[in-house]
Structure formats: C-alpha cells, structure tokens
Design a protein. Structure first.
Length: 116
C-alpha cells in the first residue's frame, strides 16, 4: 500500500516517524480492510514499513522522502521529465550515458518505494 504522508510530523518533526510508523501503517491497513475483507492477520505473512524519513535515509536522492524525484509537477509530465533536454533518457554530450529511476518518465510509483 502507498499513501501520501508529510515529512515533518507535528510534535517532533521528521524524527518522530520512527515511533509513529507502526501506528500509521496499522491505520492504513485498517482502512484497506474495509475494501478487502480477507486481509486479516492470518493472511499477512510479513510487512515492511517505509516512511518518508526511511526513504530519505536509504536513498539520499529522495529528499524529504519524495519517491517521485523532486516532486511531480505538471510542467515535468511526459516528454518534459525531468527536463525537456533529459526526457529521452540519453545525456546530451555524453555518449552512452543514460538516466533511469523515479526522476525520469513515468516517474515515482512505478520505480519508487512502497510504504507497507
């Protein structure tokens, strides 16, 4: 499952994610169970929770936990991601160097991280 979440939490900022992540994941799972009735404890064999702070810790390019790569703005969609000059994956002027990852089209969510 994936959900948007703030990087900075009230009463503690980003560092509060370490203590809050289990509760947030439990809340997300509870909400999901309203739509998928068979997702009970007996059907879950493992889970991994990755918060915005965890995303930044494991991948420094995910600043403030952004798995989409420096935001997703309308001016970056399709043939303009991350910039028009780099949108064809090849780096201009550097033979054989190609870009990949959430910063390129189609962006994070396809290549990015998971929360639960």
């Amino acid at each position: 499952m994936y959900s948007f979440a703030p990087y900075e939490l009230a009463d503690g900022g980003a560092s509060r994610w370490d203590e809050a992540k289990e509760g947030v994941a439990d809340c997300m799972l509870s909400f999901y169970r309203e739509y998928a009735k068979n997702i009970g404890p007996e059907n879950i064999i493992a889970r991994h929770i990755s918060t915005p702070l965890d995303n930044e810790r494991t991948t420094p390019t995910f600043q403030k936990g952004d798995i989409s790569g420096i935001g997703r703005y309308l001016y970056q969609f399709l043939g303009r991601r991350p910039t028009p000059e780099l949108s064809q994956y090849a780096v201009p002027g550097v033979e054989g160097l190609y870009l990949c990852g959430p910063f390129m089209h189609p962006g994070g969510g396809v290549i990015g991280g998971a929360v639960l």
